[in-house]
Every structure is written in C-alpha cells, then in structure tokens.
Design a protein. Structure first.
Length: 418
C-alpha cells in the first residue's frame, strides 16, 4: 500500500478512534452524573422555549400568552425527572404541551414528548414506550380538537397531517434510540455479570486447589513423621537395650537412627518447599524403586519384613508414590501396634489392570490399642481413592493384622497410550 493509499485508511482509523474516545467520555459522564445530564436537558428546554415564548408575548404574537411561558418552564422542570419517573413525566409533558397550551405557533413544545418517550424506552420497557407513544399521539389529536377554534383559518388539513406525521416519526425515532440504549446497557451488564462470575469461579477453583494441596501435604507429612518417628523410637530403644552387651551393634543402630532422621528431614523439606521457593536440589518423591530401602529401614528397627514385588514396573509416579506411602503406613502401624510379630509380609503385585498391595503380620492376639487419630488409615483410603481404588484393613485369617489395597492402573495406561 502506497503512502497515498494509506492516508485515507489512517484518517478513517483516527476518526474511528476519536469517535470511540468521545463515546467513552460521554458514557463516563452520563454514568457518573445522571442528574447533570438531565439538568442540562431540562434546563436547555426551559431556557430555550421560555425565552422564545417571552419574546413572542412581548411582540404580541397572536395566541401566545404568559401561560405558554409557564408551561415551557414546567415542562423543562418535569424533564429533570425523566430518568426516575419516565411514565409520570411523559403524562405530565403530554398534558402540558398538547392540552393546556396547544397552538400551532407553539407546536415546537411538542419536542418534549419524544424526549420523555426516549426515557420510557431506555429506563422502563419498549412495550410501555410504544403504548405511551400511541397514547401521546391520541392526546395531541385531542389537543387539536380542543383548540380547533384557536387554529387560524389559513391552517389547511395537509398542515395538520404533516404536523402529526412529523410528530409520529420523531416519537418512533426516540423509542428506537431508547431501545438501542437499553440493549447496549443490558449487554454491558451481562458482560459484567459474566466477568464477576468468572472471577468468583476462579477464586473458588483457587480455594479448592489450595485445600486439596493442603490435604496432600498433610497426608505426606503424616506419613513421613509417623513412619520416621516410629522407626527412630524403635531404633533408640534397641540401641539403649544393647549398649551394654554389644556396643558395636548399638553404634550401628545409632547410625541407622541418624540416617532415618536425615531422611525424614529431607522428606519434610521437599514437602514444605512447595510453600516457598524451592531450589530444585532435593531428591524426587519416593516410588517403587525405594521400597527395598524402606523395608530395610524397618528391618533395622527390628521388624521382620519380607518384601515381594512382582509384575511390570509402575510408570506413573503418582501411583508409585501412593503405593509407597500405603506400604510405609502399613509397616509403621505393624511396628507400633503388632504384638511380637515373627513375620511381616509386604507384597506389591503389579498386575496389568491394577496394583494390589498387601501388608500382613502374624502378631499374637489383638493388636495393641491405637494411640493415634486414625489419620493414617484415612490417608491410605484417600490415596487409593485418587486412583479409583480401595483400602481394607482388619484382623488376618491366621491372626495379626492385614491391610489390602487395590489401585487401578487405568490412568497410567491412558497416559502411556496418549
């Protein structure tokens, strides 16, 4: 496009931008100061027509009296309230200009009727505006009939028809303009309501996400703290009981105790890093590959754990973490509550469609009375529910306690296929 061709386009864009800015400025003034706008309209009407009628009375124009001056002022005052009482204002100005002081030489006063009709269409409804416009035209015709003796003989029927036609066209234009303004205002209000709704939904989603994250962190913290503290207590007890007869064994136990504490601190730092700015140097979340280390930690604490893992490895890190935490919580409960177990079996069977986790012990009699809040069992159930799975726990068929969890692998398979 040449510079000469660009000039009209730039001019049009500039004109459109100026019109848009002017429209926005006018809209802001109208919305911010409605009384100012109504005052200008009513004041200009009263001043203009009051001045015209005053000059006509002074010059002795026939059929123009001081009553016309009063009517012009009262009509302008009535238009001040067109936004708040549009139907009342329409009735008042119609009676004033069409019945009380109608004359052919004062027919310009009829301009107040379209102004009032615009307010009815803009601030009430289009149906009321159309009905009010028809009623106003009828009243104007009645005013002509009422003042027919005052009409000059020179006034022909075509002049009356022309006056009524102009009046009808003006009223229709005012109503249509009011309908356009109403439609635009409703559209803007709908957009504002939609924006508010989206903001509320965004805040609600953020709240839900925050609560879900807090729940996840609470589950993780419970598993980490409950497991680590239970193992550390067992190790400390073992070290204390063997410190006299086997100092070397006590030293190894204390080293394991220190290692368990450091691992717990690392896990807690990893969890709490999501609340701040993490440096990314912490180890990843535990999974299937860490189960053997977990079992060895419990063995060091004196729990005779036998871990069995079969089937295809879990590719889904979230599923692997859930399995790890379920095994960890089950072994922690066995360490805390099982009565002198001689064997604890932890079996993770990775089947094609699900992962089955079974942790059972052969503790004698009933387990020790729980001193916790049952948060561990709730946490296992919540972890399983994330994957559409279930967790069941209760006395084993041969004594002791058994925890069995079934976690479908559908989500993992869907992610792999995608």
């Amino acid at each position: 496009m040449t510079p000469r061709e660009q000039s009209p386009a730039i001019a049009r864009e500039g004109g459109a931008g100026a019109a848009s800015r002017w429209s926005a400025l006018t809209r802001r003034i109208t919305d911010a100061s409605p009384w100012l706008v109504d005052g200008l309209i009513g004041g200009l009407f009263a001043l203009a027509f009051g001045t015209i009628r005053t000059v006509q009375v002074i010059e002795g124009v026939p059929d123009i009296t001081p009553l016309h001056i009063v009517t012009a002022v009262l009509t302008g005052v009535a238009l001040l309230f067109r936004r708040y009482r549009p139907l009342t204002v329409l009735a008042a100005v119609t009676l004033l200009v069409a019945i009380v002081t109608f004359s052919v030489d004062a027919n310009n006063d009829l301009l107040a009727i379209p102004i009032a009709l615009y307010a009815v269409a803009a601030y009430r409804s289009a149906k009321l505006a159309w009905a009010g416009g028809a009623a106003a035209l009828v009243v104007v015709v009645l005013g002509m009939l009422l003042h027919r003796e005052e009409l000059p003989e020179r006034l022909a029927g075509s002049d009356v028809a022309y006056l009524l036609l102009v009046m009808a066209v003006t009223c229709i234009a005012a109503i249509l303009l009011g309908m356009v303004v109403t439609s635009r205002r409703q559209r803007l209000q709908a957009l504002m309501d939609r924006a508010d709704q989206l903001a509320r939904e965004r805040d609600s989603q953020a709240t839900i996400a925050t609560l879900a994250e807090r729940g996840r962190i609470a589950r993780e913290m419970h598993d980490v703290v409950a497991h680590s503290v239970s193992v550390m207590v067992a190790l400390a007890d073992g070290a204390a009981s063997a410190i006299d007869r086997d100092p070397a064994a006590s030293k190894r136990v204390l080293e394991e105790l220190s290692s368990t504490g450091r691992a717990a601190l690392d896990d807690m730092r990893r969890l709490l890093s999501v609340l701040g700015d993490g440096d990314g140097s912490l180890r990843p979340a535990p999974g299937q590959g860490d189960l053997e280390e977990l079992a060895q930690r419990f063995r060091s604490a004196g729990l005779p754990v036998r871990l069995t893992i079969s089937g295809a490895p879990m590719e889904d890190g979230t599923l692997a973490l859930s399995v790890y935490r379920i095994v960890q919580e089950s072994l922690t409960n066995a360490l805390r509550y099982a009565d002198s177990p001689t064997r604890v079996d932890a079996v993770v069977a990775c089947q094609p469609d699900l992962v089955a986790v079974t942790v059972s012990d052969d503790g004698r009699g009933e387990p020790a009375e729980s001193v916790g809040s049952a948060r561990g069992l709730i946490g296992m159930q919540e972890r399983a529910a994330v994957h559409g799975g279930t967790v069941q726990s209760g006395p084993g068929p041969n004594g002791g306690w058994t925890v069995r969890a079934l976690l479908p692998r559908d989500r993992e398979e869907a992610r792999t296929d995608a």
